[in-house]
Design a protein around this ligand. Structure first.
Ligand code: UD1
Ligand code: UDP
Length: 368
């Protein structure tokens, strides 16, 4: 029996480990072990996803919590090293690009444990993003690199990664979406929030570059208020953004915008139901770019770059400067508030079967 750590710490990790957990838990050769680093800890940022995605309570909780990058990364490394020293796993699976991903990869590799990275090879080529540093470091030391798209394979090859370490398995986020779709479709999130399906947009914002200075957040909120004059907007607010809105004195501005439905961070099923019935997404999220790509919903990504260029070439996503997003949104939304773009080509292997391919690859690697 091989023990495999599935590492998760922050919101986008949970929907990436859930399909793997479900695919591994009944395999006779494998004992999957859930390790929660504690990077995200609010019920709405963590527990809600365990419930929605049918995950059991984590076997280990490292309790790292918030802090500066170094403090948070170090807290995860110290706690994870201790766990690995006591009970070394046969393989460590890390997902995505958050601080927990990099921290556990480094701690494990220093103990000479094999590390596999799911969602490897994505690059924004913007090293001011903390996630880009996490991606580069994780991919440089991982033993097995599971990629979601051909651009990711090319990035790794260009960086000199040996081809035999790279395996394209597809997009694991889409596995969660496919797995949960029947429940998502039964949920009437829009109506529950007083919105009409097909008649509103969804906003999510949490990147430091958009929310961590008064100036940037002011520009973002002004743009969103302007768009809300064209179409009602649902805005489930990330805790980082929530804190900054108050800190920079924007509470009143946001409360006065009656066409913006301010919401707490939503659980996965509720959020996906809201997204699925929307006409446009305005976001800086990585996951939302992918989900809208799969669903064929126009996505305006308010960032200078994306590590997910395939969502642009597939036809749903475009990069937009925050100062221009209101104008672009007006172009995307017809006079009736219905969106006019969003033709989709779903990328290869974004098919709900990524976990199956990962399990087969893991089994080969473990030689069982
Ligand atoms: C992290 C990831 C980012 C990912 C995002 C998903 C890194 C460097 N960043 O950003 O890549 O897109 O998660 O949501 O790993 N907070 C709470 N409650 C929580 C968690 C956080 O209130 O449960 C607040 C704290 O004030 C904290 C702040 O949010 O300081 C930021 O949390 P942190 O995990 O450091 O970064 P995120 O912005 O969430
Ligand atoms: N999400 C959610 N509730 C919300 C906002 C997002 O369930 O209120 C989900 C959604 O599936 C999204 C994922 O969380 O793709 C990750 O979102 P986030 O923006 O936090 O992280 P990123 O993908 O940018 O790293």
């Amino acid at each position: 029996m091989k023990s495999v750590h599935l590492i998760a710490g922050a919101r986008p990790n949970f929907m990436k480990i859930a399909p793997l957990w479900h695919a591994l838990k009944d395999q006779s050769w494998c004992s999957p072990i859930l390790v929660h680093t504690g990077q995200h800890y609010d019920a709405a940022m963590s527990d809600a996803f365990f419930t929605d995605l049918g995950l059991p309570k984590p076997h280990y909780h490292l309790g790292a919590g918030s802090g500066s990058h170094a403090k948070q990364t170090a807290a995860v490394m110290v706690a994870y090293e201790e766990l690995c020293e006591q009970k070394p796993p046969d393989n460590v699976v890390v997902v995505g690009d958050v601080n927990s991903t990099m921290a556990c990869s480094i701690a494990a590799k220093k103990l000479v444990l094999p590390v596999s990275h799911l969602e490897a090879g994505l690059r924004s080529f913007d090293r001011t993003m903390p996630e880009e540093i996490n991606r580069l470091l994780t991919d440089a030391i991982a033993d097995l690199l599971w990629t979601p798209s051909p651009d990711a394979d090319e990035n790794l090859l260009r960086e000199g990664v040996a081809p035999e370490k790279i395996e394209r398995v597809g997009n694991i986020m889409i596995d969660s979406l496919v797995m949960m779709r029947p429940r998502i479709e039964q949920t009437e999130s829009a109506r529950a929030h007083g919105l009409t399906p097909g008649g509103y947009g969804v906003v999510t914002l949490h990147r430091p570059v958009n929310v961590d200075t008064r100036e940037a957040l002011g520009v973002a909120l002004s743009a969103i208020v302007e768009i809300s004059r064209l179409v009602p907007l649902a805005f489930p607010m990330h805790p980082r953004t929530r804190a900054r809105v108050t800190e920079f004195g924007f509470d009143e501005m946001v409360a006065k915008a009656t066409n913006i439905k301010l919401l707490p961070p939503l659980g996965y099923v509720e959020f996906m139901s809201l997204l699925m019935d929307s006409v446009v997404a305005i976001t800086d999220s990585g996951g939302v770019q992918e989900e809208t790509c799969y669903l064929g919903i126009p996505c305006l990504t308010v960032r200078e770059s994306t590590e997910r260029p395939i969502t642009i070439t597939s036809g749903t996503n475009r990069l937009v400067k925050m100062a221009e997003v209101a104008k672009v949104a007006a172009g995307v939304l017809g006079k009736s508030g219905t969106s006019t773009t969003g033709t989709k080509t779903v990328p290869e292997y974004w098919d709900g079967k990524t976990a199956e391919r990962v399990v087969a690859s893991l089994r080969r690697t473990l030689g069982v």
